[in-house]
Write a protein that binds this ligand. Structure first.
Ligand SMILES: O=C(O)CCC(=O)C(=O)O
Length: 306
């Protein structure tokens, strides 16, 4: 039974692989996030010696500002996240992308193919891809070559991406049900009739399965692209952004937040109660339900909504 996802959203999530939530963030949330982006941008530019028109990305963004941290358990998004992927989850990545308008002389290539000068000079995620499909990460595809359901992300739109070619995220609806091999065989050249440019206003959110083929289009506008992705996957997978988060951050976090930050919320031994003779990862099979408070939370929410 769902906590928050309605039947239409469930059908869209299963069939298209994503749900669009227009006007998801309040104006106050959006303003706080945009101020945080500016603050972090200033620090990153100083740290990396970047100019004002240089693009950059920040991973483990949650550690850079509490406005980003607060997105991981956003009270209106968490129920949808748990409906989408369940309670046995943690954060895999939190990702800020900051992409100023392209310099006038920078030529983008064909959408999603990666044959332009923008790809050559290092703009990221320009080519069509599903996440987690590289042969290094996933050497034994099951499900007849399709990717198993391993993770979701929430895409938060912070700047205006309502026009075309502002660095919009493109998706191929339903492609999570296809084999990534199909994409490689077509030279990452997705037919335009199968591609959707997400044109979204600031404050929109998209809950999406990362197995959906996606890419970022060029930013030919006069606005800076500012977006975030919050990625959730199962606790028995390894996060990309951290081995363990800063203990001070874990200490000041609620039990649910500790779970999402990849810690054991109970603070117990990660190898269980008899680590010397029968070590048993509590990320694999949890004995102490206090390690995964999101489970009791989800059950309580379902009882309330049922
Ligand atoms: O910047 C974006 O919106 C796309 C990010 C992306 O493609 C990825 O993280 O795999």
């Amino acid at each position: 039974m769902s906590i928050a996802m309605n039947p239409q959203q469930r059908a869209e999530f299963d069939e298209q692989g994503f749900i669009i939530l227009e006007n998801f963030l309040t104006q106050a949330e959006l303003e706080r996030l945009l101020a945080a982006v500016d603050e972090v941008a200033e620090r990153v530019r100083r740290f990396e010696g970047l100019g004002p028109n240089d693009p950059f990305a920040v991973r483990n963004a949650l550690a850079h500002h509490d406005a980003f941290l607060d997105l991981i358990d956003h009270p209106r998004m968490l129920p949808l996240v748990v409906d989408a992927i369940g309670w046995n989850i943690q954060i895999r990545t939190t990702h800020l992308d900051y992409r100023p308008p392209y310099p006038e002389d920078l030529q983008p290539g064909a959408l999603g193919v990666g044959d332009g000068a923008d790809q050559k000079v290092g703009y990221r995620n320009l080519t069509w891809h599903p996440d987690l499909a590289s042969d290094v990460l996933f050497m034994a595809p099951s499900l007849d070559g399709r990717l198993p359901f391993m993770e979701i992300k929430v895409f938060y739109v912070l700047s205006d991406l309502s026009e075309s070619q502002c660095g919009n995220l493109w998706m191929a609806p339903g492609s999570h049900l296809r084999s990534p091999n199909e994409l490689w065989q077509m030279g990452q050249n997705v037919d335009p009739s199968e591609a959707l440019e997400l044109r979204l206003r600031p404050g929109a959110a998209v809950l999406w399965r990362t197995a959906v083929w996606h890419c970022v289009g060029p930013n030919l506008s006069d606005k800076i692209r500012k977006i975030m992705h919050i990625g959730y996957h199962y606790r028995w997978l390894r996060p990309t952004d951290y081995i363990s988060q800063d203990p001070a951050l874990i200490n000041r976090s609620s039990p649910i937040r500790r779970q999402l930050l990849g810690a054991l919320a109970s603070g117990g031994n990660p190898l269980g109660s008899a680590p010397e003779i029968t070590p048993s990862s509590q990320y694999w099979q949890t004995k102490d339900q206090d390690d995964v408070p999101l489970r009791a939370w989800a059950e309580a929410q379902r009882n309330c909504s049922g």
